[in-house]
Design a protein around this ligand. Structure first.
Ligand code: SAH
Ligand code: SF4
Length: 379
């Protein structure tokens, strides 16, 4: 796909942008609202990729739209399907600019899509591979929304698809892919408005979880603007260790972070905050730390998610042993937190947390090399 095609696609635009477009192609002011409503339903409810399918829009208008615009999604550079049904999508936003989204079946009512908010990440959590990438930019709201559209296309998960009788594949969205969503809050909030709109994709805000490493000044805004469910990448129970693992802790230490959690708008026993805790061998996995974790979270409506560490090439860390994770979980469990271990999914395709993009970069680099070599070969 060319850059021009990305700029001219209506997929991922909000109502204001669509309004500008219908006015630009000559729709009279007083019809604009209705035309936007029609486009919205076709784009976000039905997921059509061709203006010709928009049967309630007059043919000449369909033709004019098709002359200037399209409904293309960013290119799917690669798709991998795991034995356990997990699907990893590598999406090309522009030359050399790639993000990943991962579909995980069996989460929530049906399945969750883990999406990215940035290309790379400016933060440098020591155990996270995304943090080692140096290319970073914020995704636009459209680039966030089209991750869901691409997955719905692939899973045949639009209400009017051939799969219409089947239950929805994607019922939940988690911002746990690449990037720090609270460093791109405006676009994350705009994307959530599109995704939760009842006339379209209609994924309720309480089924959308935003994970942050702890950007305290943005947390309250996230709650008031988006009503998103909150997840915190905690990973350590004292400032000394957290400063090392999650360096943003130096700016916003544990006490401030937990206070911001206590004040998170809408948090309640029915809408708990998830605390993610990556299990790192001999680093943060003792019984004493499990007990401290429980103590720290007292009074906060919380869920605990123990994540087995996913190693990547060159990392100094190892995953805790299974016995250690279970012993840690047992303490957390006894304190009243249910089934806290997150089962690793999609490991055979490197689709789990912290692995995003790592191997695809290598693979794509080697593919590019092959292509370059092939191009130089005489026919
Ligand atoms: N930047 C946000 C969201 C993306 S990371 C954040 O940090 O919360 C999503 C989750 O995966 C975070 O909890 C992160 O700490 C965790 N993670 C990162 N690398 C990991 C790895 N190698 N193994 C397991 N979990 C990892
Ligand atoms: Fe960025 Fe999250 Fe990775 Fe930390 S864990 S480097 S905040 S993506």
């Amino acid at each position: 796909m060319t850059d021009k095609a990305i700029i001219t696609s209506l997929a991922g635009l909000d109502r204001t942008e669509l309004r500008e477009i219908v006015l630009a192609v000559g729709v009279p002011e007083k019809q604009a609202r209705m035309r936007v409503a029609q486009l919205w339903r076709w784009i976000y409810y039905s997921g059509v990729t061709d203006f010709a399918a928009m049967t309630d829009i007059a043919k000449p208008l369909r033709a004019t739209l098709a002359e200037h615009y399209n409904l293309a999604r960013p290119a799917l550079a690669e798709r991998q399907i795991s034995k356990d049904g997990t699907r990893k999508y590598l999406i090309e936003l522009g030359p050399g600019i790639e993000v990943e989204a991962v579909y995980i079946p069996g989460v929530g009512r049906s399945g969750a899509l883990c999406i990215s908010s940035q290309v790379g990440c400016t933060l440098n959590c020591t155990f996270c591979h995304t943090g080692t990438q140096n290319l970073v930019r914020n995704l636009t709201a459209a680039e966030i929304v089209t991750q869901i559209m691409i997955a719905r296309d692939d899973l045949d998960d639009w209400p009017q698809s051939s799969n219409a009788q089947a239950s929805r594949a994607i019922t939940n969205i988690v911002f746990m892919g690449m990037g720090e969503p609270l460093y791109n809050l405006d676009n994350v909030a705009d994307a959530m408005s599109i995704l939760s709109d009842g006339e379209g994709i209609a994924i309720s805000r309480r089924r959308i979880t935003v994970s942050t490493s702890g950007v305290v000044p943005q947390m309250h805004d996230l709650g008031t603007r988006t009503q998103a469910m909150l997840a915190i990448s905690l990973h350590a129970v004292n400032d000394e260790l957290r400063n090392e693992l999650v360096p943003i802790n130096k700016a916003y230490p544990l006490k401030e972070l937990l206070n911001a959690c206590r004040n998170y708008p809408g948090a309640s026993n029915a809408r708990r905050i998830t605390f993610e805790y990556v299990m790192l061998k001999d680093v943060n996995d003792t019984d004493a730390e499990a007990r401290e974790l429980v103590r720290l979270l007292a009074g906060i409506p919380a869920k605990i998610n123990l994540i087995p560490f996913n190693p990547w090439p060159g990392t100094p860390y190892e995953c805790s042993s299974w016995e250690r994770i279970e012993a840690f979980a047992e303490i957390v469990n006894k304190a009243g937190y249910a089934s806290p271990i997150r089962t690793p999914r999609g490991r055979d395709i490197d689709a789990a947390c912290g692995q995003l993009r790592s191997t695809s970069i290598k693979k794509r680099a080697s593919e590019r090399m092959k292509e370059r070599l092939a191009a130089q070969m005489p026919l």
